[in-house]
Write a protein that binds this ligand. Sequence first.
Ligand SMILES: [Zn+2]
Ligand SMILES: [Zn+2]
Length: 261
Amino acid sequence: MRVCSLASSSKGNCTAIYGENEILLVDMGITLKDLEEKFERLKLSMENIIGVLISHEHSDHTKGILSLVRKYDVPIYCHYDSVDGVLKKTKISSLCVSRFADAEFKIGNFKVSSFKVCHDVCCVGYNISENSNKISIVTDLGHTTKAIVERLYDSRLVILEANHDEKMVLASTKYPPVLKQRILSDRGHLSNISSAKVVLELAQHNVRQVLFAHLSEENNTPALCYSTICDYLQSNGVEPNVNIKLDIAKPNGVGPIFVIN
Ligand SMILES: [Zn+2]
Ligand SMILES: [Zn+2]
């Protein structure tokens, strides 16, 4: 399978996971036009989308769903506990939505299971496997728990939030205190340093590749994210890009493409 981030920031998120003739999307927080253009660039066919897994209702994960469903009649997959919020936000018909619980299920050749994360609305992370290759995607979480991090072990690729630098959030003159509090809270977003701690643990549990995602364009920079995480790993005896490969997803660009086989 191949995995390619199509957009990743507080403004829009979408990831394509694809095999021969089957494409699964995780989140649809970009416009349909943007998705169609990116598919053309990747030489992927819109007709091959077999489903869209939604992490949660926020518009940076759902804003393109209605137009996608109207034009291509693609099934949308939501956790039981997030479906009401998604329906309300996107105005799609409940008939387009397949609901899932915590048990593993299949979409085409992909095995999918989800796990709840701590955000200000119901939100899930995903493990997606093809054959015995597992990848994991987790963004929009205020903090991690042992159970969440364990779900990422043994993944061939982990797409992990590294949203902000805490000092940049606190120093921001753009954000009101209530928004700063939300971002930094247990139900907000994962900071660079919190993400670094997860990566250290993943490096010790058979993960060799991480893509940092959902970087804030206001309170983070790719360079700061990278250096914070590399410094933390090095000070704990893990050599970045030797023991574990690190990449940063582009806010609105395509790639890199990860080939997992
Ligand atoms: Zn988000
Ligand atoms: Zn969110």
